[in-house]
Ligand binder design. Structure first.
Ligand code: ARG
Ligand code: ZN
Length: 876
């Protein structure tokens, strides 16, 4: 039941063409799949054709239009095996199945959402539609015919270009589509139903006009305008930055309200969770706009990195996902502030991927085995995969990286390839050996780099000694030293950079130092005075860094580094020891104190008008409770961490009241709402100031006033969150929650914000609140967005509420996982990963967590998805 990379071999039969006919019916859809195959050269005559299925019943099977005798095939719900097939000439297999979209609660394959037929086939959903060679290295052009009730399905869509459509018989219509680009089945899509549409056009670099359509529920068309704008900007950017042009006459996006993930890059027909399409100032926050822009870009960019060039097998998932995340990061960086975007990326990487890499679910960016592929759509594959691509760009420099990408596109267009093929393109384009670098794909665990430095005034030399250690991870105990590119600067007393005359001990290119040995020293000559070392600037490598620096040195970096990311990192490094100390003091019942020089550095950055507001807001946002827990490493008490952090926030608020009052006034954005990065930055700084002011003032008055006067969702949701989290029992909060709900009732995406704001109210009362909210009629247990916004947000985003000392939070989660699993295993497995760091809890909580996990594990009827996660979690 475990799939191994080493077992990969190509199929015996080559699929030449696919011709699908769907006769839509909510509970009994007929699917005819006509598949043309030929036997691959050299394949034994006795080799049978084996097709994948999942919960299927076969109702017809033809070989070259003749019924196949029962003796010639074997069938189960999971597979169809046909023997005695023609030796040389192509042959045609026609498979007929009937499926029930209405009953498909897994949301994989063909299902219904709000009366709309919709598909999700990645990774292995197509086999829930028809028996098929359902693997990414089987590529073919598809012709699709959709027949459906005319009134119920005015819209019938599939991949590729529209061939035509008309009346079919009484009450029914058909639509036909042809996708000329060979693709694997996971990129197949079908959508049908009654939807509204927004249309636009894009003229490509070779002057082809492409029709753009975004389909949404009737009445929500205006809310698709921002997504359309983001799409056009993405298409332009991919032409300019990567030379990639769109390749069909039409590009479509459909927004649906029941979707297991963010979105899906089906060829020419992206399907989206409507959360990542619909926006207007009334309902969407600045963060929502930024997410929409990034995800629209991500799915569009897949057209080349994923669709034109796809994965040979699912072990290569990072080939398309890591690379495409890197591309969408670069896009957002170009559209917004590069430094602020980088800070957000690193915050996300550290809060999601670092814990994964440090816990029982750790796995390499390119794994070598899996039990359930759906469980490998992880932050390691996506985000660390993106960081690995970024490091290739850093190692090679802009020109060689571009040459490598060009070579990759040219060499592999139309193919299903591997990570090795990808890396080889860069080696061939640059002449650089990336063998050692490739360990980033194969070794799990976040490397720890420990650094010490020594300056000798007499000789003007600065010596850096580095040591790298890669922690053991499940299944990987011994690790080899990796190639770690570290961007650095030596900053002199006056803030200017030192320019050494010579470097010895290893390779340095530009501002990048290449750490390749387990232990390595670099000696810089010609450094006239003691410099302050700024290392891993822009987060050039996804590592943990131990670098003994005085608060004065960190403050110096925070003030002078030309790399804004490094300035933010320095402020974070100043904050962390204070927060860790505070957590320990809170646990021991001691008075909590805070280093005034840290507070001063923070407030200096906050008040520095030469810095963009979005950056200053990031500077003021302390490491999260999860960040502090990670730094502490083990024996964690979430209550103490929370109390300590709260006390530090109060200290900063008291010391900075004047600054915050000024920011709260100055950062007010006048005029009509626009979601641009500059206005968003001002709102974010103003709302950060608001949050500190409530700490200083100790009353809900200011937040209640901000709530009452807010004229956009960003300000409204922020004010609501401040009220709920700081003053959960105040009448102002009760009022605001009621007002918010009354105003947005019926808009599920906004009601989700109402759920998640309450799910993250800290403290032991959280669980009762979440349970009560689950009884609310607006909570729909079958809708993934509802489940994630209430249960998911509670488990992932409420450290004190979820990690109650009595273990009730874990028992609640176990109960929910067991309830969700039978209908939607992917959703259940994903939410269960919220317990991935359970081993770093203090012993009493860890015991409760283990017991809850064991309850899940001992349930005999678990899905493969949940079983895989829970067993790794208990074993690793
Ligand atoms: N390929 C999609 C994306 O990243 C996500 C598909 C997730 N599939 C899954 N089975 N979890 O854009
Ligand atoms: Zn993707």
């Amino acid at each position: 039941q475990i799939v191994h990379l080493a077992d990969y071999r190509p199929t015996d039969f080559v699929l030449e063409r696919v011709d699908l006919t769907f006769e839509l019916d909510p509970t009994n859809t007929k699917v005819d799949a006509r598949l043309i195959f030929h036997r691959r050269e050299g394949v034994d005559l006795s080799a049978p054709l084996v097709l994948d299925g999942d919960e299927l019943t076969l109702s017809g099977l033809l070989l070259d239009q003749n019924e196949v005798p029962a003796a010639q095939y074997d069938v189960t719900p999971e597979s169809l095996t046909i023997r005695d097939l023609p030796a040389e000439s192509p042959f045609e297999i026609t498979v007929t199945t009937y499926i029930n979209p209405e009953a498909n609660s897994q949301l994989m394959g063909l299902y219904r959402t709000n009366g709309i037929y919709c598909t999700q086939c990645e990774a292995e959903g197509f086999r829930r539609i028809s028996y098929f060679p359902d693997r990414p290295d089987v590529l073919a052009p598809y012709t699709i015919t959709i027949i459906g009730d005319k009134a119920a399905n005015p819209v019938m869509l599939s991949n590729g270009n529209f061939l035509g459509g008309a009346g079919y018989d009484e009450g029914r219509a058909f639509a036909a589509w042809f996708d000329p680009h060979p693709k694997p089945s996971y990129l197949f899509a079908l959508v049908a139903g009654d939807l509204g549409v927004v249309e636009d056009t894009f003229v490509t670099m070779s002057e082809r006009e492409v029709t753009l359509k975004i389909y949404v529920e009737h009445g929500k068309e205006a809310r698709a305008a921002y997504a359309m704008d983001a799409l056009k900007r993405s298409m332009k950017w991919d032409e300019e930055r990567f030379g990639r042009e769109y390749d069909l006459d039409i590009f479509m996006i459909v927004a649906v309200s029941d979707f297991n993930m963010g979105a899906m890059e089906n060829k020419g027909l992206n399907v989206f969770n409507d959360k990542y399409v619909l926006a207007d100032p009334e309902i969407a926050t600045d963060q929502d706009y930024a997410n929409i822009e990034a995800i629209i870009a991500h799915e569009y960019f897949h057209n080349w990195t994923g669709n034109r060039i796809t994965c040979r097998d699912w072990f290569q998932l990072c080939l398309k996902e890591g690379l495409t995340v890197y591309r969408d990061h670069e896009f957002s960086a170009d559209q917004r502030s590069r430094a602020v975007k980088r800070i957000a990326e690193v915050r996300h990487l550290k809060s999601e991927q670092f814990p994964e890499d440090a816990g029982p679910l750790a796995h390499p960016v390119r794994p070598t085995k899996y039990r359930e592929i759906n469980n490998f759509y992880t932050t390691t594959v996506y985000e660390k995969g993106s960081e690995v691509t970024r490091m290739i760009a850093t190692l090679l420099g802009r020109d060689d990286f571009k040459a490598g990408m060009d070579l990759y596109f040219e060499r592999h267009d139309g193919q299903a390839v591997t990570v090795e093929d990808f890396v080889k393109s860069f080696e061939d384009a640059s002449g650089r050996d990336l063998t050692q670098f490739s360990l980033w794909y194969h070794q799990a665990g976040t490397p720890l780099v420990t650094v010490s430095s020594d300056y000798d005034q007499a000789s003007g030399t600065f010596k850096l000694s580095l040591e790298q250690m890669i922690p053991a991870t499940p299944g990987q105990t011994a690790k080899e030293p990796m190639h770690i590119p570290l961007s650095f600067a030596l900053i002199l007393d006056n803030g200017s950079p030192a320019v050494p005359t010579k470097v010895a001990g290893g390779e340095v290119t530009g501002d990048v130092l290449h750490l390749t040995e387990r232990r390595q020293s670099f000696t810089f000559t010609g450094v006239s005075s003691r410099p302050v070392l700024s290392l891993n600037r822009s987060f050039s490598a996804p590592i943990n860094l131990h670098l003994d620096q005085t608060p004065a040195d960190l403050a110096h970096i925070a003030r002078h580094d030309t790399d804004l990311f490094a300035r933010w990192q320095a402020l974070t490094d100043l904050a962390l020891p204070n927060l860790m100390h505070a957590a320990r003091d809170a646990r021991d019942g001691k008075e909590i104190t805070c280093d005034p020089s840290f507070v001063a550095a923070l407030l200096e950055a906050a008040g520095d008008e030469t810095l963009e507001p979005a950056f200053r807001a990031q500077a003021l946002t302390l490491p999260s409770e999860a960040d502090i827990a990670r730094e502490l490493g083990g024996n964690n008490d979430p209550d103490a961490i929370h109390a300590g952090r709260d006390a530090i926030l109060s200290e900063i608020a008291k010391a900075g009241t004047k600054t915050f009052l000024r920011l709260f006034e100055d950062m007010k954005v006048d005029g009509a709402f626009t979601p641009d990065a500059a206005s968003a930055g001002k709102r974010s700084l103003r709302n950060t100031a608001l949050s500190y002011l409530t700490y200083a003032e100790g009353t809900p008055a200011r937040a209640a006033a901000a709530f009452a006067s807010a004229d956009n969702m960003t300000d409204l949701a922020q004010a609501l969150a401040v009220l709920a989290h700081r003053f959960p029992d105040a009448p102002e909060t009760t009022n605001a929650l009621a007002t918010f709900l009354a105003r947005f009732d019926g808009n599920a995406l906004v009601v989700d914000k109402w759920f998640s704001t309450q799910a993250t109210i800290p403290g032991a009362g959280a669980l009762a609140r979440v349970r009560a909210l689950m009884e609310n009629p607006r909570f729909i247990a079958t809708n993934p967005n509802r489940v994630r916004s209430l249960i998911g947000t509670f488990a992932f985003g409420n450290p004190t509420g979820f990690n109650r000392a009595d273990g009730e939070g874990y028992r609640f989660l176990a109960e929910q996982i067991l309830a969700i699993d039978p209908r939607n295993p992917q959703l259940a497995a994903r939410i269960l990963t919220s317990m991935r760091s359970w081993r770093s809890l203090e012993p009493q909580r860890a015991d409760h967590a283990r017991a809850a996990l064991t309850t899940i594990e001992q349930t005999p009827t678990l899905s493969t998805d949940v079983r895989d996660i829970v067993e790794r979690m208990l074993k690793g």
